[in-house]
Design a protein around this ligand. Structure first.
Ligand code: GLY
Length: 412
């Protein structure tokens, strides 16, 4: 472990400058137009939704609160609506966004007294809420909640396998549909987006332990998740007792060895973030490798992401959330590469956002949600989770557009 260093890199709260340098006047005008639409839509939505926690829309196109639905308070997506509110607060300084975001954070606080209700996704829950609040306003409650959440994440580290365990035991049955195995030994690509909570905790406490666990997990992901061609596995199964590598179960994509597009997007963004927090060049190179694979596949599909880049030609299924996350991740990479490399990542991000906007966005202020076309997993028996509005599609779409404007709050 001696090669892992404690980053201690203090992050700015606002992304420094607009990422539009390499764009044409027409593309810049597109960004301005979409930014204007986001302002109108979010003002209307926030007025209706406030501190409610939305996930997807119901049969009549309305959000309902997750606590009145099957997903509940601990569901992994519950930080995205407040994350959108913090992004809008950063962009507009409108106090109503901050107050509504705080209302959600206060609700999520209950999870910290019930650790059995959360899993590895505490980063998705507490980075866009408590940590965003603390970074932006200095609220000590945000810091307290963020550090408690980081401790929960830290406690999921498997010492022998060098990974943070993914799902809880209660997911065991569902896990059987994604590939037989013992969930106690599973790590997943998505978790790269949770470990910035650990980097933040080390930065905040000046204690390297949290960051060392994060780096160790990211190194294991590099070794067992990323394939030599830049495509990714979703899951790695280890023996939970010995840490011995067993297999790569199928996960949420089409089949074992295929390429689940949202998993790819988590890899692009997640490895770029591990670079941001550690300056370990290998993480940036892995992020670029995964990004190049995504760009090649997206360019071959009119810049629209299939649910799985290796799915059969029919049925044609898209996942807009993979598009939005990939775009935000490409802009993260653009922040770290030399000037001459930036245009590739910024232009690709813009093409993805434009294609996604044209096909999936609804700008009617009276309608809940912006980006339709989100798909939770490929094998969806009744289609209820296929090409529907999903809150994180909206979050990452907004984050990416605000990054292009130089108005995005640094969340991850
Ligand atoms: N993190 C779960 C998913 O991306 O579906």
């Amino acid at each position: 472990m001696a090669e892992f260093f404690a980053p201690g890199i203090k992050q700015n709260t606002t992304m420094s400058k607009p990422a539009t340098g390499p764009l044409s006047a027409q593309d810049r005008a597109w960004v301005e137009d979409i930014y204007g639409r986001i302002l109108i839509k979010m003002k209307a939505e926030a007025g209706r939704i406030g501190s409610m926690i939305p996930y997807t829309t119901n049969k009549v196109g309305r959000y309902e609160d997750v606590e009145s639905q099957e997903w509940g308070l601990g569901f992994w997506t519950n930080g995205f609506w407040p994350g959108m509110l913090w992004q809008m607060y950063e962009a507009t300084a409108d106090e109503s966004y901050r107050k509504a975001a705080l209302g959600v954070e206060e609700r999520l606080n209950a999870l910290l007294d019930s650790p059995e209700k959360v899993d590895h996704d505490v980063g998705f829950l507490f980075l866009p809420t408590s940590v965003a609040n603390y970074r932006k306003t200095g609220d000590p409650e945000g810091r307290r909640r963020g550090l408690l959440a980081a401790s929960l994440l830290f406690s999921r580290y498997n010492l022998d396998g060098h990974f943070i365990r993914a799902w809880p035991d209660s997911m065991a049955e569902m896990a059987q549909t994604m590939g037989n195995g013992d969930v106690r030994g599973w790590m997943i690509i998505d978790c790269l987006m949770n470990i910035p909570l650990l980097y933040w905790a080390s930065e905040e406490t000046n204690d390297p332990r949290f960051a060392k666990v994060a780096v160790s997990h990211a190194k294991t992901a590099q070794q067992y998740i990323v394939r030599p061609d830049g495509s990714c596995n979703h899951i790695v199964a280890f023996d939970p007792d010995t840490g011995e590598y067993l297999t790569n179960p199928r996960g949420q994509g089409y089949q074992q060895g295929s390429s689940w597009s949202r998993g790819q997007s988590w890899a692009v963004y997640g490895f770029a973030l591990s670079y941001r927090h550690t300056r370990d060049e290998s993480f940036l190179n892995t992020a670029k490798q995964c990004a190049h694979y995504c760009i090649a596949n997206l360019a071959a599909n009119d810049w629209l992401p299939l649910v799985d880049y290796r799915q059969p030609a029919q049925p044609l299924k898209y996942d807009s959330t993979a598009a939005a996350i990939t775009a935000a991740g490409l802009l993260e990479i653009a922040d770290h590469v030399a000037e001459m490399e930036k245009p590739l990542y910024i232009k690709a991000a813009l093409r993805i956002l434009q294609a996604c906007e044209k096909k999936f966005c609804n700008w009617d202020p009276e309608a809940d949600s912006i980006v339709g076309g989100g798909t939770f997993f490929y094998h969806d028996p009744d289609g209820t989770n296929t090409e529907v509005p999903i809150i994180y599609g909206d979050y990452y779409f907004i984050e990416a557009v605000l990054r292009l404007k130089g108005k995005s709050l640094f969340i991850w």
